[in-house]
Design a protein around this ligand. Structure first.
Ligand code: C2E
Ligand code: MG
Ligand code: MG
Ligand code: MG
Length: 280
């Protein structure tokens, strides 16, 4: 466990994978085993409407659960998964798992939008579109209730192919959201060119929204998004003040610790049952 921890740390500080480095090989091997041995888990973070206060969706967030119970967070192993290509089986696992769970919840009457995160490397996979559609159709999950959260950097790696893949998914009815908006590059160009339904404002703007400049940026982004026919989610809503400001700025959806932290799958339904719509 100590050893693995050290590898993870090592990896975290040197995202460029050296395939001759035994430490790197160990975490990569460890991650491959983790997929097969059921050490990966998904937590689910709710999303609410800033208009009605109701829960409208949930985002699946991956964690690597050590046999000791300790959780390793995605920022520490996703870069390695991306660089080795393990991200493809990993995304496939996430999609199957999340869609399966969401179907169980649907059968209990819970009809929410399910968000999945998609990585750089996923968009370079020419089969991504078909792979996703196959999983969703086989599970009989409604395509229009699935939302893919794509980061700007993911799109930037290969804009032409990324656009083509996203267009295919969008044509099939799957929703596309631009994640972490505002912290990448060329954001406005993507708004112009990509088939998007939603824009997710990066939490770094939301944390300090009491600050005039941040508020001005968030307000402007909401305005642009709405003019383009996109709805807007703010992530990282940690307190009442941020919630109120976002609402007054016309932001559509909110996600963050003020509403709920990401929940273990076994805790989600309980949380949902006990949720009192935040007075808006
Ligand atoms: P993201 O998609 O932008 O997700 C939001 C991150 O912010 C999550 O971190 C979430 O736990 C955290 N967060 C949510 N609300 C708050 C808040 O109010 N305050 C603060 N301080 N943090 C908040 P997490 O789970 O560690 O995920 C980090 C990133 O890893 C995600 O950022 C996403 O880009 C990536 N990721 C997570 N799961 C997956 C996955 O299954 N596949 C892929 N490809 N990427 C994933
Ligand atoms: Mg996300
Ligand atoms: Mg984000
Ligand atoms: Mg992020």
């Amino acid at each position: 466990r100590q050893a693995r921890k050290r590898f993870v740390k090592h990896l975290f500080y040197s995202p460029d994978i050296d395939r001759t480095d035994p430490a790197q090989l160990t975490i990569i091997g460890g991650l491959r085993d983790a997929i097969n041995q059921g050490e990966l888990v998904l937590h689910y973070q709710p999303k609410i409407s800033l208009v009605t206060g109701a829960v409208t969706g949930l985002e699946a967030l991956i964690r690597w659960q050590q046999p000791t119970g300790e959780l390793i967070f995605p920022d520490q192993f996703l870069p390695s998964a991306e660089q080795t290509g393990l991200i493809n089986p990993l995304t496939d696992w996430v999609l199957r798992k999340a869609v399966g769970r969401a179907m169980e919840w649907r059968r209990k009457g819970v009809d929410l939008e399910l968000s999945i995160n998609i990585s750089v490397r996923n968009l370079l996979n020419p089969h991504l579109g078909e792979d996703i559609m196959r999983v969703v159709r086989e599970a009989r999950f409604p395509l229009h209730r699935l939302m893919l959260e794509v980061t700007e950097s993911a799109v930037m790696t290969d804009p032409v192919n990324a656009r083509r893949t996203l267009q295919k998914l969008s044509d099939a009815g799957i929703q596309i959201s631009l994640d972490d908006f505002g912290v990448g590059h060329s954001s406005l160009a993507y708004l112009k060119d990509l088939p998007l339904q939603r824009l997710k404002i990066d939490k770094s703007f939301v944390f300090d929204i009491l600050q005039d400049r941040n508020r001005a940026i968030v307000s402007g982004v909401i305005d642009i998004a709405h003019r383009l026919g996109l709805s807007v989610t703010a992530e990282g809503v940690e307190d009442r003040e941020a919630f109120d400001i976002l609402q007054s700025l016309g932001c559509d959806y909110a996600q963050g610790y003020f509403i709920s932290r990401p929940l273990e799958e076994s805790a989600f339904l309980d949380w949902l049952e006990n949720y009192q719509p935040i007075q808006t």
